[in-house]
Design a protein around this ligand. Sequence first.
Ligand SMILES: [Zn+2]
Length: 290
Amino acid sequence: MTPNELRAAVLNVKRWSRADQRAPNKPLMMAYALAKYLQGHDQLFSYANEVDPDLHLLLQRFGPARRVYHPEYPFWRLINDGIWRLDNAGECLPRKSNNDPPKSELIKYGVLGGFSNEAYSLLKKDRQLNIDLLNSVLSDNFPESVVPDISAQLGLELAFKEVNKRDPKFRGEVLNAYNGRCAICGFDARLNNDLFAIEAAHIKWKQFNGPCSVNNGLALCSIHHKALNKGVIAFSHDMRLRISHALTGGQIIDELFWGLEGKQIFLPRNKNFFPTGDYIEWHEKNVFHK
Ligand SMILES: [Zn+2]
């Protein structure tokens, strides 16, 4: 295996059959292993002691909201992508109706998993390759404002690596349509006439083929942009603000969020620029923590 073959294999890992739907299980499993290697971890990870608790937390924080999280799925299923190794797995019998053994067996038999021998030795030899792959896996699956949070959780500091280039006109067009103010709170600070802390957000993420068009955009202050990408807020079909019941905080949170719940957001004058229902629905389904 060459470094380029490894790169291709990692980046081609199937997210899931439904390409439009967020399923960050495998990307987060790989990012976890790659990050730990950078910190000197050896090749294999214990499902019971490491992956089960740590990946659970990553999925809960950065994946779509679920009633139950399954860190065992990517840990087991990556074996099908040709870059993964499992040890002590012989006793685990996948059920007939399902390709995955239950989590309790992974724990009971002390199953270990990690990148394959070939992949691991390439990563070990070439730290930059390891960093590049980690960066690409994250940037390919999460928006720019979320990547630093995930890397911090992984114990690293990584910058977003532009994988899906933005249309350079996107920001200007969105900010113009919204008159340079946050669609949610109206924040419109300028310093010497330059806007600051106002950003053009994608409603449906670029990583999932959300277009760089004004009807997939919103002008948001930095706080509300992050809240959109983390699934703290969403919108009803008539563009009223919805807020995740998982959100807590003090008085400032009341002001920035709860006080605005149910209120219609500021929309562009031109109706053609209004956010499109499909994008709003994608975000609601794949990002919002109800
Ligand atoms: Zn705002």
